[in-house]
Design a protein around this ligand. Structure first.
Ligand code: HEM
Length: 157
């Protein structure tokens, strides 16, 4: 079949129209995707960044100090260092990009014979601290999910 010049112009016009339509159709999607990528906050940001993590870890330590099940464990500890290490670790875990300069969880807690009850008490202290800071439930759950796997390295019996 022979195409006339008019046919070819028509095809060209149609394909341009199609390209244009595709562009119009896809632009909001890609713009939307970009917006979503740019604005999706990290867990670290959801916690309020450096200031939020600092307040949360301070309150976490206060809750530990108020819990008879575990407060004795920290009697001889350098609480300033513990606070700093908790902050660095939380920042790293939640996507804040910090470097954690402390010891790993296995080495830190080795020989302490930490029980499940104590581990539960620590998690509860963190939950109370998060409640105090009005951290939404979804954010709380995401943070707790990051700590849960450490159970095996920390609990002895
Ligand atoms: C998910 C649970 C836990 C996390 C994320 C965690 C995290 C940490 C971190 C980051 C440090 C500092 C490490 C360093 O100084 O290099 C630390 C120290 C310590 N942890 Fe844990 N810990 C957890 C559970 C527990 C439990 C259940 C206990 C016992 C009640 C405990 C007792 C201690 C003590 C006593 C220290 C201080 C050690 C020292 O003075 O050198 N931890 N922990």
């Amino acid at each position: 079949m022979q195409y006339t010049l008019a046919d070819m112009i028509q095809v060209f016009r149609n394909s341009r129209t199609l390209t244009l339509l595709l562009l119009i159709a896809l632009t909001p999607i890609s713009a939307c995707t970009l917006t979503t990528q740019r604005s999706a906050p990290t867990l670290y940001e959801e916690l309020g960044g450096a200031a939020g993590v600092d307040t949360l870890t301070t309150d976490f330590i206060r809750k530990i100090a108020a819990d008879e099940r575990i407060k004795g464990r920290y009697r001889d500890s350098d609480i300033g260092r513990f606070h700093r290490m908790m902050g660095e670790q939380m920042c790293l875990l939640t996507g804040g990009g910090c470097t954690y300069t402390g010891d790993d969880m296995l080495r830190t807690h080795a020989g302490m014979k930490i029980t499940r009850v104590e581990f539960t008490a620590i998690v509860e202290a963190l939950m109370l601290a998060m409640d105090k800071n009005n951290i939404p439930q979804g954010t709380q759950n995401r943070l707790l999910e990051l700590y849960a796997p450490m159970h095996n390295d920390i609990v002895d019996r």
